[in-house]
Design a protein around this ligand. Structure first.
Ligand code: F6R
Length: 606
C-alpha cells in the first residue's frame, strides 16, 4: 500500500527512483512522483496514473539531475486521485513521502490552521509534512521525535529538509521501511524488491527509530539520537525473481513459479520421514498442550487458513476456527496459553493481521506465523515463524503465496500429528510421501494451460459465476472465486455446494458458469447431486475433479481432470487450474491482470 524509495549517493537519482517505483508499483498505482535535490532547490515531478506515465513526464522535463531524491507510488486513501494529492508533498522547509494513514490528521490540521498553516491537497500526508515543517527549528531529530509523539496511525516517512541537502531522514510506525548502503550510496524502500538490484543485504528500520541516509553512510538512531547497530538480513532472491522473465504478466509467471516455490518450501523441512523445523528454530513445545487453534488472516491467506482448518480438524481432532483478521480484534476472542494462534500472510505487513497477532500475544496465546517476506513485522512479532519460500510475489492477485501457505499448513498439521501421537512414525512418513506426490500434480496441470484457456474463452463474457465445493474443496473454491473476481471483475461467489439451494440458486440462469470442485471420495456423490441441480437450471458447468467421471457425461459442459492424489492433499492441482482459468478469462476481457483496479498488494492500513 504505497511504494516508497529514496536514494542519496554518487549516481543520478532519477533513474534509480523511477526503476524502484516500477518494482514497487504493485503497492499502489493511482499516482506517482519524485523529488530531486538540485543545488538550492528541490524539484518535484508528479502525475496521476502509473509509473510509466511518470517516467514519460520525467523524460520530457528539463533538468532532472540530482544525486539525492525520494519517490512514491500512491494507493489513494485520503483525497482523490489528483496530481496535487500525489506525493511528494512539499512545504517551505520539507519535502516528504508517506506510506500509511494518519488517523488524527483532522485534529492535527485544526491545530496547524490556528498557526496559519493551510494545506493545498486533501491528504493526511500533507498535514504530516506541515506538522514537521512547523516543528522544525534546525534539528531534524527534534522535529521528527515531536511529530512521532503527535501523530497517530501508520506511517513510513522519508523526509528531506531544505537546509540539509543530500540527506534523507526516515522513520516509521507500522508501515514497513527497509534500507541498505552500498559503495554507490544509501537506499531506502518500502519493500526489499526495490533494493535487490543494488544489494541483497539490508535491514528493517525498527519502529520509532530514525534512519539517516547520506552519500557515505547510513546510520540508525533511536528517537533520542543514540546510534544503534542495524540488524542485517540477507535475501536470496535475485533481480530476475522480481522480473517477468518472458511471461506476459507477473501473475502468469508466478503461477508457473509454483512447482519450485512449493519444493523450496517443503523439501528442506522433510527429513527421514518427518517434518523437521529445527532450522526454523520452531520448538516442539509449541505443538504440545494445545486445545484449540485459531487461524487468522485476510483474503487469500485466509483461504489457506480454511484449508488448514479442514485438515487439522479432520486429522488432529482439535477445534479450529478461521477468523478474518479485520474482525478478530473487535470480537473479544477467547484465548489462553493452550490456544495456538496461526497468522498467515504473504507480506507480513497486513495491518489487520498484525493487529490480530498483537492481540493474541497480549492475551497469552502461543503464536506462530506463516510468512513470505523475511524480517517483516508479523514475522518479527510472532513467537515462531515458518517462512514460505515463494520468492517475491509482484502480481496483486496472490497465486504462489497461496500454495506455499497451504504447504505450511500441511507441515504444521503433520507436526501436530507427530507431537500429539495422532500418527505413528510409519504413518507420518506415508502421509509425507503422499503430500510430496500431491504437490507434484501442479506440473501436469500447468501443461493443461492451453486447454483451460479454451474454457476461459467460453466464459469470458459472463457477468457472474459461482464456485462450489464441500469440505476441503470448498476452501480451495473460495480461493478460485476470489482469483476470478478480483482480476476479471466477474461477479463471482463461492458456496458450500449444499448451501446453494437455500437462496443463491435463484441466481443460476441459462449459461451462468458454475465451477464445481469435487475431489473428496466420501462426499463426491453429494457434490455431484448439487451439480445436477444447477445443470438442470441451464448452468454452464465446469467440473474440476481428480475422480474417474466415466458415466457422468451429462453432468458438465467442460471437464478439468486433474491428476489423482490422496484426498487429504487434493487441493494443489485444482487450485492451479482455477488460477489459470481466472488468468485467461481476465486476459480475454482485456484487463490488466497484474494491477486490478482499486487494489494494492500490501494492505498496511486498517
Ligand atoms: C488476493 C490477495 C489478498 C491478500 C490479502 C492478505 O489475491 O492477494 O487477498 O491475500 O490482502 O495479504 P497478506 O498475505 O500479505 O497478509
Amino acid at each position: 500500500m504505497c511504494g516508497i524509495i529514496g536514494f542519496t549517493g554518487t549516481s543520478q537519482a532519477a533513474d534509480i527512483l523511477i526503476n524502484g517505483l516500477q518494482s514497487l508499483e504493485y503497492r499502489g498505482y493511482d499516482s506517482a512522483g519524485i523529488a530531486l535535490v538540485q543545488d538550492d532547490q528541490t524539484k518535484v515531478i508528479k502525475t496521476t496514473g502509473k509509473v510509466a506515465e511518470l517516467r514519460d513526464k520525467v523524460a520530457a522535463t528539463e533538468g532532472t539531475h540530482g544525486t539525492c531524491g525520494i519517490g512514491h507510488t500512491r494507493w489513494a486513501t485520503h483525497g482523490g486521485v489528483t496530481t496535487v494529492n500525489a506525493h511528494p508533498h512539499q512545504t517551505p522547509k520539507v519535502t516528504l513521502i508517506h506510506n500509511g494513514i494518519i488517523e488524527n490528521y483532522k485534529e492535527v490540521a485544526a491545530d496547524l490552521a490556528k498557526k496559519g498553516y493551510t494545506p493545498v491537497s486533501e491528504t493526511d500526508t500533507e498535514i504530516a509534512a506541515l506538522l514537521i515543517d512547523s516543528l522544525y527549528e534546525g534539528d531534524p531529530f527534534d522535529a521528527l521525535k515531536k511529530a512521532d509523539d503527535i501523530l497517530e496511525g501508520a506511517y513510513g516517512f522519508c523526509v528531506m529538509f531544505k537546509d540539509r541537502p543530500g540527506t534523507i531522514y526516515c522513520m516509521r510506525n507500522a508501515s514497513p521501511l527497509v534500507a541498505t548502503h552500498t559503495e554507490d550510496g544509501s537506499y531506502i524502500g518500502s519493500d526489499v524488491v526495490a533494493l535487490i538490484p543494488y544489494s541483497k543485504d539490508y535491514f528493517v528500520v525498527p519502529e520509532h527509530h530514525i534512519v539517516v541516509l547520506e552519500k557515505d553512510a547510513i546510520t540508525l538512531y533511536t528517537m533520542d539520537e543514540k546510534e544503534v547497530e542495524p540488524k542485517m538480513l540477507h535475501v536470496d532472491w535475485d533481480t530476475t525473481a522480481a522480473q517477468k522473465g518472458g511471461y506476459d504478466y507477473f501473475m502468469q509467471k508466478e503461477i508457473y513459479d509454483q512447482p519450485e516455490a512449493v519444493a523450496n518450501t517443503i523439501m528442506p523441512r522433510i527429513h527421514n520421514g518427518k517434518v523437521d523445523f529445527s532450522a526454523d528454530h520452531i520448538s516442539d513445545d509449541l505443538f504440545k498442550d494445545i486445545n484449540r487453534v485459531i487461524i487468522t488472516a485476510c483474503g487469500t491467506a485466509m483461504h489457506a487458513g480454511l484449508v488448514g482448518r479442514s485438515i487439522i480438524e479432520s486429522l488432529i481432532r482439535i477445534p479450529v476456527t478461521v477468523e478474518i483478521a479485520s474482525e478478530f480484534r473487535y470480537m473479544n476472542p477467547i484465548m489462553d496459553e493452550h490456544t495456538l494462534v496461526i497468522v498467515i500472510t504473504q507480506s507480513g505487513e497486513t495491518a489487520d493481521s498484525l493487529a490480530a497477532l498483537r492481540l493474541a500475544n497480549e492475551r497469552g496465546a502461543k503464536t506462530m506465523s506463516i510468512v513470505n517476506v523475511k524480517g517483516s513485522s508479523i514475522a518479527r512479532e510472532s513467537d515462531y515463524v515458518l517462512y514460505t519460500h515463494a520468492g517475491p510475489e509482484i502480481a496483486v492477485a496472490s497465486t504462489k503465496a497461496f500454495t506455499v501457505q497451504c504447504c505450511g499448513m500441511y507441515l504444521i498439521t503433520m507436526k501436530l500429528a507427530e507431537i500429539n501421537g495422532i500418527l505413528n512414525d510409519e504413518e507420518i512418513a506415508s502421509y509425507l510421501d503422499k503430500f510430496v506426490e500431491a504437490t507434484k500434480t501442479i506440473g501436469p496441470v500447468l501443461e493443461m494451460d492451453e486447454y483451460i484457456k479454451t474454457i476461459a474463452y467460453k466464459i469470458k463474457d459472463t457477468y457472474s459465476a459461482f464456485y462450489l465445493g464441500r469440505g476441503l474443496d470448498y476452501a480451495v473454491a473460495c480461493e478460485g472465486s476470489l482469483k476470478l473476481k478480483e482480476i476479471s471483475y466477474v461477479n463471482s461467489e463461492a458456496y458450500n455446494a449444499g448451501e446453494l439451494k437455500h437462496g443463491t440458486i435463484s441466481l443460476v440462469t441459462e449459461g451462468v458458469p458454475i465451477i464445481a470442485v469435487a475431489t473428496q471420495d466420501h462426499i463426491f456423490s453429494k457434490t455431484v447431486a448439487n451439480v445436477e441441480e444447477v445443470k438442470a437450471r441451464g448452468a454452464h458447468v465446469i467440473f474440476i475433479t481428480d475422480e474417474d467421471v466415466s458415466g457422468y457425461d451429462g453432468l458438465y459442459d467442460d471437464l478439468i481432470q486433474v491428476p489423482k492424489t490422496d484426498d487429504f492433499f487434493a487441493g494443489f492441482g485444482v487450485t492451479v487450474a482455477m488460477q489459470l482459468l481466472a488468468y485467461h478469462t481476465t486476459v480475454y476481457r482485456g484487463y490488466n491482470v497484474d494491477q486490478p483496479r482499486n487494489l494494492a498488494k500490501s494492505v498496511t492500513v486498517e
